[in-house]
Design a protein around this ligand. Structure first.
Ligand SMILES: Nc1ncnc2c1ncn2[C@@H]1O[C@H](COP(=O)(O)OP(=O)(O)OP(=O)(O)O)[C@@H](O)[C@H]1O
Ligand SMILES: [Mg+2]
Length: 397
């Protein structure tokens, strides 16, 4: 069928033509926004899930919901080895700019921006040359005295409280979205927990919404034991059959095309409900199908091509990032893992490689840092990428 009208969108954070199967999360977030706006106690929300399940896309949809209510919003994508201070100041700057276009409280906004600038400037190393100093894009002078002690925990508590006060003064809320949150450093995680803890006690209208890999809750609890009660964890997973069908059918119908029942069954079997795979198989199947309705026979023709594209783009690009020692480690994992993406014991991996567990720690740690595996429970690891074990087992050594 006409490739120009192909509606499917496999990609990273690429908005799907139909955001299927996430009504519960969207409704839940509406309640959160309403409660926060009324000063009710509410917990910050954390979305967790494997690669390609749609965390970024959902995070963006939640952000749109907040914007729809005239909230100020900002978003960060955390990166390993990048301290939170700079990106967070950018995100809050954005949030406050959104507020100022909707509301009038200009003095208060200028005061807050002064504090924000002082907070941001603290990211410069002390004693560096003036001309090497990074400047935040905030007009007006920095106002020292708050959020600029240099201790991120103290500063974050003060900054977010001030931001919440500002939001409450203009009669709205602020939401900060943090994607790839597992990549924040331990000090930043701990500071963020402390700040959310403080805010939750005062019923302040500011919330943090995070998204990350499945071990993010473990990271947060290791940082502050109260974090289990501080955040509402929402697991984002594969789509159920009806949602996966909707993800394929709704966009097709807008192009006056459809799938027959056997085609939908075959696509569910192939994509296993994982949103990225649903888009990838949907896209190739559309292109190979001669006409609507798309049939199971079309899916059969498309599958090898879709698999080949996934092998290069989705799996291969990640496999390429691993060193030979890390690849060996992942292959041992893959040979031990059943088909159900389960966690594998690190001691069994050591046994299967005939090595001491301690000698494998560097490979394990760097694979975690690269986001290819995670450890949600001590002594076990699992792939962050669905079907990765299956992919590795088909690769020649
Ligand atoms: N609910 C959904 N319905 C249909 N398609 C979806 C849905 N959610 C995500 N997708 C599609 O799945 C793909 C992956 O989405 P996204 O990038 O948000 O995943 P992610 O969980 O953030 O992955 P990563 O961990 O790699 O960042 C995109 O192509 C997106 O269009
Ligand atoms: Mg993402």
């Amino acid at each position: 069928m006409d490739p120009v009208r192909n509606p499917y969108a496999p990609g990273a954070g690429q908005r799907p033509p139909e955001l299927a199967g996430r009504d519960r999360e969207l409704d839940q977030f509406d309640v959160v926004l309403e409660r926060v706006a009324r000063g009710r106690p509410e917990r910050s929300m954390i979305l967790t899930g494997l690669r390609g399940v749609g965390k970024t896309v959902l995070l963006n949809a939640l952000r749109s919901q907040a914007i729809g209510r005239q909230w100020g919003t900002g978003k960060i994508e955390a990166r390993p080895d990048q301290p939170l201070r700079r990106p967070l100041s950018g995100a809050l700057h954005m949030a406050v700019r959104e507020l100022s276009s909707q509301h009038r409280a200009l003095d208060k906004i200028d005061d807050f921006l002064g504090t924000l600038k002082a907070f941001a400037l603290r990211s410069n190393p002390t004693g560096g040359k003036i001309r090497d100093r990074w400047q935040p894009g905030i007009d007006g002078p920095a106002i020292s005295g708050r959020a600029d002690s240099g201790d991120i925990e103290i500063d974050l508590v003060e900054l977010l409280s001030d931001a919440a006060d500002l939001a409450s003064a203009v009669g709205t809320g602020i939401a900060v979205f943090i994607d790839e949150m597992q990549d924040l450093g331990p000090e930043d995680i701990s500071a963020l927990c402390a700040a959310c803890h403080e805010l939750s006690q005062t019923g302040a209208p500011l919330i943090v919404v995070g998204a990350g890999l499945p071990h993010l809750p473990a990271l947060l609890s290791a940082s502050k034991s109260y974090s289990e009660r501080l955040f509402r964890y929402v697991r984002i997973d594969r789509l159920e059959r009806s949602a996966a069908d909707l993800a394929l059918l709704a966009p097709a119908q807008r192009e006056e095309a459809t799938f027959d029942a056997d085609a939908l069954a075959a696509l569910y079997e192939a994509a296993d409900g994982y949103p990225y795979f649903v888009q990838a198989y949907g896209k190739v199947t559309w292109d190979v199908a001669p006409r609507s309705p798309i049939t199971a026979a079309d899916v059969k023709v498309a599958a090898p091509e879709a698999e080949a594209e996934l092998a290069v783009g989705f799996f291969g690009s990640r496999y390429e990032r691993a060193t030979p020692a890390e690849r060996e480690y992942m292959r041992a994992m893959a040979s031990l893992e059943g088909d159900a993406s389960e966690a594998v014991s690190t001691s069994e991996i050591a046994v299967s490689l005939g090595r001491k567990p301690s000698s494998l720690s560097p490979a394990r740690d760097s694979l975690i840092k690269k986001g290819l595996i995670y450890s949600a429970e001590r002594g076990t690891v699992a792939f962050t990428v669905p079907h990765f074990a299956r992919y590795l087992r088909t690769q020649p050594a």
